[in-house]
Each structure stands twice: as structure tokens, then as C-alpha cells.
Design a protein around this ligand. Sequence first.
Ligand code: ATP
Ligand code: MG
Length: 388
Amino acid sequence: MEKVIIIRFGEIFLKGKNKKFFENLLEKNIKNALSIYDCFIEKSHNRFYATKYDTEIESNIIATLQKVFGIHSVSPAIKMPTDIEKVAGVIAPVLPQASTFRVTVKRADKTIAMTSTEIAGKIGGDILLLKPQMSVDLHNPDLTINVDIRENKTSYIFYENIKCYEGMPVGSSGKGMLLLSGGIDSPVAGFRMAKRGMQINAIHFHSYPFTSIQAKEKVIELGEIISNYCGHFPLFVVPFTAIQQAIHKYCREDFMITVMRMIMIEISEKIAISQNCGALITGESLGQVASQTLESITVTNSRVTSLPILRPLIDMDKTEIIKISKDIDTFETSILPYEDCCTIFLPKNPIIKPKLSVAQAEYNKIEGLQELIENAIKNVEIVKIKNK
Ligand code: ATP
Ligand code: MG
């Protein structure tokens, strides 16, 4: 008898011929995530099992697995040699407080003469003898005790089914460059694309000394939190002060943010291409602020030459985004007060519906811009982000 954790796959089942590729990638991601623990991963019959761990760390292992995309659900289970007579004696002592239960049996081992229903009835009866205060409720039980009888003379018994995020294994959908600010939205955007299997790299524009060292540290911390979901990644920190000063010097006040976002996207695409990324990712949501109207988005889009800009939050309300950010643990860090570079040099009345031709004219006013961009890229600092 041994404690194990059953790990079920999600959507990767659907992938036909590529199934092997997805499974292997998921196995690699699970092993990476669990590398901090002393345990093994075994694979059999479309499932993984975490085995040979100290039961004291079981809840930590489960919490880590819940952040691995591609996993549908996990169940802590007891693994034992198949013996219907012994099931009740094994499970009854570890059941949590509950007044009603049912037993559900899955019998892959067809050498057993009894049907699944007969086995469930037998085990249910045995449990009632050991737990006379409990009663059976087949329709709405407090507890469902699952007995999974596999072909190889092994049974798994469990009563918990812990839902995970599902999604696709990170690395199965290419690589994206996330524009990571210190705000609430962009970490959520990174999380959502990682959930669809994207490997994440990130870029942050900072305007030291107009923005503080803490603002950069906050972004690093946000990176560390999302790396719990998407694995290690490089964060490209771009010195943006000289460019912001040039925008301030040459551009119409109401177009400053528009032009700043054009340049951010342009630099991001250049760095993304150098890192073999296939997309840019932002935390924009339609109409949330002046720079996120359809007209503003049209202007920013005009600065990319070959990569798509993915905006996974485009249709979401702020309250929905905040809900996810609380769920993934980035919220408390995002609301720390340090400013990101967008909030300095902020015009009082930014243009809400910028015309592309005017935006381009404002952009063209900046003397020596290409050199400033080259310099910013040359002086990028690369921070290796790891989960904590
Ligand atoms: P967020 O909460 O993600 O900061 P926001 O609501 O503050 O978003 P904006 O400031 O308009 O909106 O930024 C829109 C998007 O542009 C952000 O989601 C992010 O992807 C990107 N962005 C903004 N500022 C920066 C920055 N300093 N470095 C990198 N990306 C940034
Ligand atoms: Mg912001």
C-alpha cells in the first residue's frame, strides 16, 4: 500500500497524432515543476502518477501541480494490490468527516467476475460496518469514494478530485514576448497565454531615475510569480528614459502616450524577433484607457512589421481581470504604489482617437529616434526570472 497522486491530462487528449509530443512535453513540465521535491513521476495508461514522496509534502506537490498547464485534475490516492476484501479497511480510517457517501467503481480488470456495481455494493457495505454513523446516498453524497481497478492487479482508491487549470503544456504553442508593466493586467495576460501553451519571455521599459528601483523590482517579483505557471524565462529590461525625454521634447502633449506606445511596440518586436518569439503579448483591454481605444490600437499595430500582437484580455472588464490576478497571486504585488514608466510625463488629456497620419507625423518629429532605439536595445539588461 502506498500513497500516490493521480495526475489526469486535459485537452491534450484531443490532439490525435501529436498526442505523444504533448504528453512528453507535459511530463517534462511536471518533472521540472516538481524538481524541488523528492518524488518520482510514473506514466501509465494516459495518466501520470507522483510516487515515493513523503506524505508531509503531499499538499505542496498538489499545489505545484495545480499550476502546471495541461493537467485536468489531480487526486491523492491509495495504491494497493487489487483485493476487494481489503478496500474498506484501507480507506475507512482516512475518510474525512461526512455523513453520506457512495462508492463508484471502475473496473478495467475484466478477470474479476463481479460487475462494477456489485463491487461497489460490497465495498459500501464493508465501509458501513466500519463507519456505522455514515449512510449511503447514491444521488447527492457528501463523499464519493472512487475505486479504480486497473488491469495490472493494482487498485487506486481516492475521494478527492482537485480541478486544475487545464490548458495546454507550456511550450506547445510557440513563444511570445510579454510586455510586462508593473500593473494588474499584463501579468494576467502572460498567465493566459501560457495557459494556451505559450512559452513566455518578457520585456519591461523603465525610466530610471524618473521611476524607482522598486518599480523594477516589483516587475521582477511579478515575473517570479508568473514563472510558477510558465517556468523560467528571461526578462529584458529596456532603459527608456532618453526616449521618453525625447518624446517630451518633440511631440504634441496629447500624442505623447500614443507615440510612446508606438516606440515600445517597435522595440519589443525587434527584441522578440531576436529571441525567436512568434508574437507580442500585451495586457490591453478595449476602451479601458485612452491608449486602448480601437484607434489607438490601430496606431500601435502600425509599428509591427511581422509579429501579431496578442491581447488576451481585450474583451474583459477590469473586475474580471482583478479576479484572475487575485487567483494567480499577482494582485497584491501589482497594486504596490511604485510607478511604471507610463505614469510619468503623463499628459493631462491624452488623445482618445488618434489619427494614424497625425501619430506618424508626431513620431517622425523626434530627432535621432532610430539611434535612441538602437541605444536602448544595446543597453538592455537581461534578468533571469525563476520561480520562488
Ligand atoms: P497594466 O495593468 O498591464 O499596466 P494598464 O491598464 O496600466 O495595463 P497601459 O498602461 O495602457 O494599461 O498598458 C497597456 C499594456 O502595455 C500593458 O498591459 C503592458 O502589456 C504594456 N505596457 C505598459 N507599460 C509598460 C512597461 N513599462 N513595460 C512593458 N510593457 C508595458
Ligand atoms: Mg500600466
